[in-house]
Design a protein around this ligand. Structure first.
Ligand SMILES: [Zn+2]
Length: 193
């Protein structure tokens, strides 16, 4: 697969993420590992649904170096995207979003109850202590959580949202969608029981 193929899949799934309602406004960011080991990441201040070849940014995951494309610069969350891809060679894509049900559990500093058969097979979703988005403090908390939870696929960012780690772009999207589905079912279970 070429870098252009990977970028096109990233664009398609970024749009799908927005259309599915997994994030609103200009929130959320999506990255994927490219063939040379660098990453492509969505741009800052842009709706994920508007991701295109013109505004995807390439970045070195060790030095964080990048070339802006006209007015477009990387999402301010590039620090933890690059670090996750560097620390987890099994991960090919990272999707950060604010889906309402999963984020509500994160806001309440509660784990999402693993109530369904599909969830029983999944690794624990560790929580990341709150720090403001885009800061080195949040980056440090994410790195600490990744290092102490090998194999984890979903991180709950307290008072903020979730980060999903996929072996490729499609998996990162599917994990995000399934996590929100699980959180919704857990919410409905608590409401009805
Ligand atoms: Zn966010």
């Amino acid at each position: 697969m070429t870098n252009d193929d990977l970028k096109q899949i990233l664009i398609d799934y970024a749009r799908r993420t927005y259309d599915r309602g997994l994030v609103g406004g200009t929130g959320g960011n999506f990255s994927a590992r490219l063939t040379d080991g660098s990453m492509a990441i969505t741009a800052s201040g842009l709706n994920l649904g508007d991701t295109s070849m013109e505004n995807l940014i390439e970045m070195d995951i060790s030095t964080y170096e990048y070339r802006p494309k006209g007015p477009y610069v990387p999402s301010k969350e590039y620090l933890f995207h690059a670090d996750i891809l560097r620390l987890r060679p099994d991960v090919g894509a990272v999707l950060h979003i604010h889906p309402p049900y999963a984020t509500t559990f994160a806001v309440l500093k509660r784990d999402i109850p693993m109530v369904t058969d599909a969830a029983f097979k999944q690794p624990k979703m560790p929580r990341v202590s709150f720090e403001p988005s885009g800061t080195k403090e949040l980056q440090a908390n994410v790195v600490r959580t990744i290092n102490s939870n090998p194999g984890c696929k979903v991180l709950l960012l307290e008072q903020h949202g979730i980060i999903c780690l996929g072996e490729d772009i499609r998996w990162a999207y599917d994990i995000a969608d399934l996590t929100e589905e699980l959180a919704r079912i857990a919410y409905l279970k608590e409401t009805l029981s």
